[in-house]
Design a protein around this ligand. Structure first.
Ligand code: FMN
Length: 389
């Protein structure tokens, strides 16, 4: 069983991730993880925090001489901003002046501040937002980097690209080919179309000038996934449901669509379903369209897995919204923390990490073993079985 937990507060000493169930023998270097952490920090519309943090992982366990041991992999990413927060976020009780506590008592609509404060009987919403903050996704990206490395051993690759931002976006139903997705890497918003990306940048600039934020969507694509991951047997084994839960667990994600899921509701069956063909030379079933997003009956069908992910506008607004003070119950404007205008490019990288975790988990279920060697044997045997089907 593959599983992970993260720990850490946004302005605490560090973020931590523990990934358990990764088999032995996977080549793994800190630089594999740092590469993904850097991708997460990139993107037009990010706030000042990303200029302070230059994330680097420290691998604390589970790896020896550049190979996984099969034991839990513990990852630590230091918060450089901790230097400025040692008093406000001190672990031990200390004497500090009230203004040094950096209390938050005017909850931001859309953030976890109010719901979390009520739930935990907190009179300072900082007790909640420090953990609710998407800084936590740093640890997820680190864990996801290990899962991506594992999947690459079997030629399975996960990528993402930005599809829409505010009113700018790629035309509805346009399927962006894998090579174009990879070519968008390093561009300001990781959008595959330059003109659309420019309109997205202008949307962000407009939102920034209006002291507002703006929502968007991205697509996660997994290539090389063999037919047969996930299962039709039970609700909690269906690959589409597992991807949906993992992706919706990311801060600010409000909806996902597997393939052309949203459009499907308005289509005829004959327009929507991907007709089946067979290539006798490569001995492989294939489709000429992929509206299903590579999953049918909760099982991967051998086509690219494509999931679109919808991100709400971020809730910390310089133009603060109406709120109420937790203590006095007086009406005020919500408190303003340092914030991004849009984190769409970063959210895509987090989406990749979560999708990679789910796919690695499903992969291990199907081809399970305790070492890369054993899993490779199982995997190749199955691929041969498919060719002889
Ligand atoms: C990569 C990333 C960066 C984010 N940065 C911010 C931010 O700077 N300001 C903000 O208000 N929300 C930000 N969020 C979203 C909040 O963390 C999220 O809205 C909040 O935790 C409430 O959770 P919910 O939106 O899932 O309900 C970010 C989300 C992601 C994925």
């Amino acid at each position: 069983m593959l599983r992970f937990l993260t720990a850490g507060e946004s302005h605490g000493p560090a973020l931590v991730g523990i990934l358990d169930g990764m088999p032995a023998g996977l080549p793994l270097l800190a630089s594999d993880i740092d590469f993904e952490l850097k991708r997460r920090q990139h993107g037009y519309g990010r706030g000042g925090r990303m200029k302070i943090e230059q994330d680097r992982v420290e691998i604390l366990s589970g790896v020896r001489h550049g190979r996984t041991l099969g034991s839990p992999i513990a990852l630590r990413i230091a918060n450089r901003d901790w230097a400025n927060w040692q008093k406000a976020m001190a672990i031990e009780p200390i004497e500090i002046a009230e203004q040094e506590r950096k209390r938050v008592t005017r909850p931001r609509p859309g953030h976890a501040d109010l719901a979390g404060a009520l739930k935990h009987d907190a009179d300072d919403a900082r007790d909640i937002l420090e953990r609710a903050s998407a800084r936590e996704t740093t640890a997820r990206v680190a864990v996801g980097a290990v899962c991506k490395k594992f999947l690459r051993e079997f030629d399975v690759h996960v990528a993402s690209h930005t599809v829409a931002l505010g009113s700018a976006g790629l035309p509805a139903g346009a399927e962006v080919a894998w090579d174009r997705i990879l070519a968008a890497e390093g561009s300001p918003l990781r959008c595959a179309d330059k003109a659309t990306e420019q309109s997205m940048i202008e949307e962000i600039d407009r939102a920034m000038q209006a002291r507002d934020s703006v929502g968007g969507s991205f697509q996660v694509v997994a290539r090389g996934v063999p037919a047969g991951l996930g299962s039709h047997r039970h609700w909690d084994l269906r690959l589409n449901a597992r991807l949906a839960a993992a992706l919706c667990s990311i801060q600010s994600i409000k909806a996902i669509a597997v393939g052309d899921g949203f459009e499907a509701a308005g289509k005829m069956g004959s327009e929507f379903h991907d007709e089946i063909h067979y290539d006798k030379e490569t001995r492989r079933f294939y489709r000429t369209s992929n509206h299903a997003g590579g999953i049918e009956g909760g099982i991967s069908n051998g086509e690219e897995i494509r999931v679109r992910v919808y991100v709400k506008p971020l809730s910390t607004l310089p133009k603060a919204l109406h709120s109420v003070d937790l203590k006095s119950k007086e009406e005020f404007q919500a408190q303003v923390e340092r914030t991004d205008v849009s984190a769409i490019a970063a959210a895509g990288v987090v989406g990749e990490a979560m999708a990679a975790f789910v796919l690695a988990e499903a992969f291990l279920e199907k081809f399970g073993g305790d070492s890369i060697k054993e899993i490779t044997r199982n995997f190749l045997g199955y691929i041969e079985q498919l060719r002889n089907y």
